[in-house]
Design a binder for this molecule. Structure first.
Ligand code: PEP
Ligand code: MN
Length: 386
């Protein structure tokens, strides 16, 4: 198992030689050896959301094995379901079929483990890579149990982001496996639960995986299927992942997606996967890195802007309360002396922070003007209602 990444990397190197001349996009890092290998195509993990039957997994695997970019077969054996009484995976029987699919196609396999019992069975049936699901990574007790169960194996472990956008929780999971002696670790970005409706099933928040890889230097695989939740967004999201220098893609594929027992809406056929991969543009590593750095910084700007908006809304709210108070107590809205003093203080403080007086004057004049208008409006409203 120790040699898994090396084998993968060698395989990748020979593929790369075949594609000589194509633009090279990405590197896939072996965490174990810290060797970086140029890839002309992303490392693709494909396969059904769930292993459902022997025919389903074998037929899917055989079709996927025809696609050169597909380097690994995924298949869920134990499925974490939101509601009870849904299909929860085939369990041990599914592992027998998954191993058979590997024997027939030569594709290494990957599955999700959530308990030490899952670990024991997955190892018994020769699964090559284990991944930790988003619902498990949120629970440090579960992650620790899995790390303890894997101590001494050094099997590759791919760690999905936790459902919540909590970078430290994700980093903490890596640390637990590292402390248990596991060296072949990679990250899977599958998007985050978000407080607003978005076109995605799980909002990508690209800046979080980017920051993770900057902090931990681990390979990053983008699970576009669980980010999108539908087939329509897959192509654009896979392209975005590559543009941000993701090292690989995880894409759910089923021989008959509409009949899938789990995640039917987001699964595609192996033929559709082939087409999707053919439509991807691979960028130079340098431009990927530029995009990645910019995306991280843009994400930060978006967060700051959103904080600014919240602060402005809160300020207007307090300003309205002052308006009500002034009305009740017959105080004039504008108290020019107080305002001039505040503005002068802000300009001085701003200058100490490297901000130009012109900027501070413009911003605070605009805020003050809006406050006065709001307070004036409150006065009028009160008068009208009398
Ligand atoms: C899956 O990969 O099928 C899965 C359940 O993913 P996640 O843990 O990202 O929800
Ligand atoms: Mn799924």
């Amino acid at each position: 198992m120790m040699l898994f990444f090396v084998a993968m990397v060698n395989n990748v190197q020979s593929n790369e030689k075949k594609r000589n001349g194509q633009q090279k996009c990405r590197i896939f890092a072996s965490v174990m050896t810290n060797t970086y290998i140029q890839l002309s195509t992303p490392f693709v993990i494909a396969g059904p959301c769930s292993v459902e039957s022997e025919d389903q997994i074998i037929a899917t695997a055989q079709a996927l094995a025809q696609i050169p970019e597909v380097k690994m077969l995924r298949g869920g054996i134990w499925k974490p379901r939101t509601r009870p009484d849904a299909f929860e995976g085939r369990g041990e029987q599914g592992l027998v079929w998954l191993r058979e699919a590997k024997r027939e196609t030569g594709l290494p396999t990957a599955t999700e483990v959530a308990t030490p019992e899952h670990v024991e069975l997955a190892l018994k049936y020769e699964v090559d890579v284990l991944w930790i699901g988003a619902r498990t990574v949120v629970n440090p007790f579960s992650v620790q149990q899995l790390a303890d169960a894997l101590r001494g194996t050094d099997i590759p472990v791919f760690i999905k982001n936790p459902v919540s956008p909590d970078l430290n929780l994700w980093v903490g999971a890596f640390e637990r496996f590292q402390k248990a002696g596991l060296t072949q670790l990679a990250a899977i970005h599958r998007g985050f639960a978000y407080y607003k409706e978005t076109p995605y099933r799980n909002f990508p928040m690209w800046e979080i995986p980017i920051e993770l890889t900057q902090r931990l230097n681990v390979p990053l695989i983008t699970d576009v299927s669980h980010i999108c939740g539908n087939r329509e967004l897959l192509q654009a999201t896979a392209q975005k992942a590559l543009d941000l220098a993701s090292d690989g893609l995880m894409i759910e594929c089923h021989i008959n997606p509409d009949a899938a027992l789990t995640d039917a809406k987001q699964q595609i056929t192996p033929d559709e996967l082939k087409q999707l991969l053919g439509n991807l543009t691979f960028r130079s590593k340098q431009s990927c890195n530029v995009e990645r750095d910019l995306a991280g910084l843009r994400g930060e700007i978006d967060d700051i802007d959103s904080e600014l908006l919240q602060l402005l809304a809160r300020r207007m709210e307090v300003s309205a309360q002052i308006g009500e108070y002034k009305k009740r107590n017959n105080v004039t809205v504008v108290q020019m002396d107080r305002w001039k003093k505040i503005l002068a203080d802000h300009v001085a403080t701003g200058e100490e922070m490297g901000l130009s007086p012109i900027l501070i004057n413009k911003v605070f004049e605009a805020i003050h003007q809006a406050s006065i208008e709001r307070q004036g409006h409150i006065m009028e409203q009160d008068e009208d209602s009398h």
